[in-house]
Design a protein around this ligand. Structure first.
Ligand code: DP6
Length: 419
């Protein structure tokens, strides 16, 4: 077969997700088995996603991968585990037009090329590994004609990065921790699709930070080893919260959804503080955003916005509807105007139509925003220009898809190398 020249290729796109009930702590580090269930919202892939092209050819000499144009090593255990598990499940492929005939056995010796690209900055701390591993597994499964469904694929993506298993579905997703030692029942299920609750609008604040953060993987290992609060959280708090969150999502009950989301984010960060030595993921800007939202929600008498923070200072703000999202953006721009060298167009990304709804179209409008009404108690308004790098406006989104348009492929269809 090595003398043959064909290249078979698949391109897929996979969303990222934000947990509203957090995964923090493993009971098995290799299989990536968690100590509690978690629930997430999938973000619209139009604004935050990974695109991955995978190719196979008898001409390839080894498995290789390029991330955002740069070659990276596939030697790590997590990549190897995903590749092995997918190869095990590969089946026959026949493509008459190209004269391609691959049997189940051939997949053991054929090599793959993988190219992956994030449509958001990888370094911004926006769960790029979740979308990345989900996309890798999904694309390889299509390439190798794997018959397993998304749930079973999620259990493979989980072995790349825990949170990746939740990116195999759109909408609202639960990662069931499972009981089996093999990890076969530790997988994601969809609770509701993205159309179920499409009033929600999500604003991500990418917070400026100079500090190098502790990775989730080592942070959660230290928490498991040292935090008694984490033990209590996993055993007593999360099981009840999961049921309440499922109910809130089913009934589109925003007040319950918001209070559970904020409480769970705050508890996750309390666990980080309870870890020895303590881990600080949020910074002053994160804390200012929390106070702003808490004050506003309190003044309105019912929650308008929920906040949640992962292993970094970025805020993910979930507004109850478009009106609340535009009022939120006005507040955010009031407190966190762009720094001197940034224009509004590169400061609010994603669904930019939110700017019209917020009645802000230029820097003059930003400068003349009035202080939020809830400040009327005489608190001097404090503005912090430059503390936020940019905002992304998005919404709950759909799950992985195969992209048939060849112009979207990241590998050349003749050579199988990056375009
Ligand atoms: C705080 O999935 O990045 O985002 O499984 O070690 O790869 P590994 O960790 P990762 O952890 C995510 C932690 C979190 C919460 C969450 O997404 O549930």
């Amino acid at each position: 077969m090595a003398s043959q020249k064909w290249v078979r290729m698949v391109t897929a796109q996979t969303p990222t997700n934000i947990a509203v009930i957090k995964y923090w702590g493993k009971r098995d580090e290799t299989l990536i088995l968690p100590i509690n269930d978690s629930i997430s919202v999938t973000l619209d892939p139009d604004h935050l996603c990974t695109t991955t092209t995978v190719a196979v050819s008898p001409a390839f000499e080894s498995d290789r991968m390029w991330l955002n144009g740069k070659e990276i090593s596939l030697a790590g255990g997590r990549y190897q585990n995903c590749l092995r598990e997918i190869r095990k499940r590969a089946s026959d492929v026949e493509e008459d037009e190209k004269g391609i005939r691959i049997t189940k056995k051939d997949w053991e010796s054929l090599h793959v090329h993988i190219a992956s690209y994030n449509n958001f900055p990888t370094a911004a701390g926006l769960a790029s590994s979740a979308a990345g591993f989900a996309c890798l597994v999904f694309a390889l499964a299509k390439l190798m004609n794997v018959k397993e469904d998304e749930g079973q694929l999620s259990a493979i993506a989980r072995q790349g990065s825990g949170s990746a298993c939740r990116s195999l579905f759109g909408g609202f997703v639960k990662w069931i921790m499972g009981n089996d030692e093999s990890g076969s029942d530790s997988l994601a299920v969809q609770l509701a699709d993205e159309k179920h609750w499409d009033d929600l609008v999500i604003l991500v604040a990418v917070v400026s930070s100079r500090q190098k953060e502790t990775s989730s993987t080592s942070g959660m290992r230290e928490s498991v080893e040292t935090s008694l609060l984490l033990k209590h959280r996993a055993q007593e708090i999360v099981p009840k919260r999961i049921l309440q969150m499922e109910e809130a999502i089913k009934n589109k009950d925003f007040p319950s959804f918001a209070s559970l989301t904020c409480a769970d984010s705050n508890q996750f960060h309390a666990v980080c503080l309870d870890t020895s030595p303590p881990i600080f993921y949020m910074n002053d800007t994160s804390h200012k955003i929390i106070s702003m939202v808490e004050k506003w929600n309190c003044a309105e008498g019912t929650p308008q916005v929920a906040y949640t923070f992962d292993a970094g200072p970025n805020a993910v703000l979930i507004a109850r509807d478009r009106n609340a999202a535009s009022l939120l953006l006005r507040r955010l721009l009031y407190y966190f105007p762009p720094g001197a060298s940034t224009d509004l167009n590169s400061y609010v990304l994603g669904d930019k139509s939110i700017l019209q709804d917020a009645a802000v179209s230029n820097m003059k409008d930003v400068e003349s925003l009035p202080p939020p009404l809830e400040l009327k108690d005489g608190t001097p308004p404090q503005k912090s220009p430059g503390d936020v790098t940019y905002f992304i406006c998005t919404r709950p989104g759909s799950g992985p898809v195969v992209l048939c348009d060849e112009s979207k492929a990241l590998l050349d269809s003749e050579t199988g190398f990056p375009k």
